[in-house]
Design a protein around this ligand. Sequence first.
Ligand code: MD3
Ligand code: FE
Length: 203
Amino acid sequence: PGALPPGLEHHPGRLDGSAQAALLAAVRAVATAAPLYRPAMPGTGRPFSVRMTNCGSLGWVSDRTGYRYQPLHPETGRPWPAIPPLLLALWHELGGYPHPPEACLVNFYDPAARLGMHQDKDEDDLEAPVVSVSLGDDGVFRFGGSPRGGPTRSLRLRSGDVLVMGGASRLLFHGVDRIDPGTSTLLKGEGRINLTLRRVTRP
Ligand code: MD3
Ligand code: FE
């Protein structure tokens, strides 16, 4: 409850059931061309609980040597597949930014996966928003605070919701506390998928 910080916009139920099913089919095709893999934390090499892939000209990857955007899948060595047109349309409709996204990170959460608090700051263009779409089971999204603490809030992200993070919210700390299994029939026990569209280079 309560107003969201400036620059953070929640669009609950922005995609209806048929749009969610169409997007899920497109995401399955992406994951066939560019298989989900498990990134490792820089330094420790500890594996993420979230599996990932990407579409677009650049993809976000993480391994023992660091985080970066790169044009090729780290395991297959092939280029990432194209961003589905439905996602490009959402970016242009809701993002309020005139240049196209270059990366779409696909996060796949099984019911036990989580994502620790972090900032998205690996992009050179921090003037562009990040546009995120959720599919499948509910995710409990947490935001606010700083690395040393401070107040945070949580927000339930449901299948079909879109979140836009721009302006003063672009460098907000955020993470995913948990997935609530069985809250959506779209992915039937598989968990949750989140897609984040990003502009990486300065236009
Ligand atoms: C707020 N993904 O991929 S999406 C990520 O649900 C990531 O998979 C989460 O954090 C997920 O980096 C959250 C919502 C989100 C994405 C990027 C943001 C919120 C953000 C960037 C800045 C502020
Ligand atoms: Fe993030």
